[in-house]
Design a protein around this ligand. Structure first.
Ligand code: S3P
Length: 440
């Protein structure tokens, strides 16, 4: 049995051609959730067949929803209606997926049955009080470990949840979405304000399913007694997966790459803004609306990047892209400073520490700070780095090899499958000299 996967990436090369990266992870999760709770049949195409979205799919199957696929990204969901979920026979295992656990917590709090949510080692260490506390204020009954982590036992409070207004102390789309989903079952109007804009896929998709949702400035609200009406969903490519190639093609000389059908929801495009501030050559074309989400083709060519102070207002809009942006900073001329990004410490890994450790192994002057990092651009050496089971760390260091002086070996890469199945195949087709090795 394969226990672990290493990536071995030879130095140099460039990225050329045209590609479509896999479907958006956030939208794929939400398509299963809302499709399951809708009345009627929802057809999804472009669904991300990665472990995270599949964990959500299996959870809904375990709650009695008939779901066909995925088959080449196509999924058919036979919705059971808002009150149609059934008690799962056992604990629902959600693997590495924070989005599944946090969004499901809200949704399950209002059901007529109890449920247990578990996850892998990383997910079992991630903070869940950020959803448990506001849900408890709504009348939810959720038990966690003493540290406020999974496993979570959720005692369904059908009919008994009360709406609240919640002023989120941190900018989190998972917390916002969790509360909006609980709000579908709560008496009164549930509203959430956020300290900075975060991805709004839940709000957009609720509207796509004809569910009334109010959005004003930094506040989103829902009330119960609405109905979700099945619809068809075309999931755009994930800008967070595209980001590895946006950076790779920027840092590797003689690169010219076009990524097709990428989601460019303005709450997700911080990575493009940061790279452009660094001097990247990125052009968007063929902009269109696909089922309520903006999409474009993105062309990226090599550029001489320069270090910048990353504007704090871009942090939430690029929250998943910092591992690869740190690689861009390592290849830029001068200093790059990130502040206001403490949340990176509680992602799939502590992304500030793990990236700083790896960059230092590769000879980069990278200083972690409490809420960010200071990186002096310069040469990237060779070496063996550890991803700590974090998919985005693994793919970021793979891109670093485009500018390294020697081979980069990355340990513990199996979780790349959570968000980017066949990353190795696509990356090598586009010009990265990457191989994977199974360790048993
Ligand atoms: C996500 C929200 C973000 C992001 C995660 C996906 C979502 O998390 O980092 O990868 O789908 O809502 P936070 O809400 O914790 O910032």
């Amino acid at each position: 049995m394969t226990k672990s996967i290493n990536f071995i990436v030879q130095a140099g090369g460039n990225l050329q051609g045209e590609a479509r990266v896999p479907g958006d992870k956030s939208i794929s999760h939400r398509s299963i959730m809302l499709g399951s709770l809708a009345t009627g049949t929802t057809h999804v195409k472009g669904f991300l067949e990665g472990d995270d979205a599949l964990a959500t799919l299996r959870a809904f199957q375990a709650m009695g929803v008939e779901i066909e696929g995925p088959n080449n990204g196509e999924v058919t969901i036979h919705g059971v209606g808002l009150d149609g979920l059934k008690e799962p026979k056992e604990a629902m295992y959600l693997g590495n997926s924070g989005t599944s656990m946090r969004l499901l917590s809200g949704l399950l709090a209002g059901q007529a049955f109890d449920s247990i949510l578990t996850g892998d080692e990383s997910l079992s260490g991630r903070p869940m009080r950020r959803v448990i506390d506001p849900l408890s204020k709504m009348g939810a009954k959720i038990e966690s470990t003493e540290k406020g982590t999974a496993p979570l036992t959720i005692r369904g409070q059908a009919g008994a949840l009360q709406a609240i207004h919640y002023d989120m102390p941190i900018a989190s789309a998972q917390v916002k979405s969790c509360l909006l989903l609980a709000g579908l079952y709560a008496q009164g109007e549930t509203s959430v304000t956020e300290p900075a804009p975060t991805r709004d896929h839940t709000e957009r998709m609720l509207s796509g399913f004809s569910y009334p949702v109010k959005q004003e400035d930094n506040k989103a609200s829902v009330s119960r007694n609405g109905q979700l009406i099945a619809t068809d969903i075309d999931v755009p490519s994930d800008i967070s997966s595209a980001a590895f190639f946006l950076v790779g093609a920027s840092i590797a000389p003689n690169s010219d790459l076009t990524l097709k059908h990428v989601g460019i929801n303005p709450t997700r495009t911080g990575v493009i803004d940061v790279l452009k501030l660094m001097g990247a050559n990125i052009e968007l074309s063929n902009q269109r609306d696909v089922g309520g989400e903006p999409v474009a083709d993105i062309r990226v060519r090599s550029a001489n990047l320069k270090g910048i102070a990353i504007p704090e207002e871009l942090v939430a809009l690029a929250i998943d892209e910092f591992p690869v942006l740190f690689v861009a900073a390592a290849c830029a001329e001068g200093e790059t400073v990130l502040t206001g990004a403490k949340e990176l410490r509680v992602k799939e890994s502590d992304r500030i520490q793990v990236m700083a450790d790896g960059l230092q192994i590769l000879g980069v002057d990278a200083k972690p700070t409490e809420d960010g990092m200071i990186i002096q651009g310069g040469a990237i050496g060779s070496g063996c780095v550890v991803s700590h089971g974090d998919h985005r760390i693994a793919m970021s260091f793979a891109m670093a090899a485009l500018r390294s002086s020697g081979t980069i070996i990355i340990n513990d890469c199996a979780n790349v499958n959570t968000s980017f199945p066949d990353f190795v195949g696509l990356a090598s087709r586009l010009g990265l000299n990457i191989n994977s090795e199974n360790i048993s």
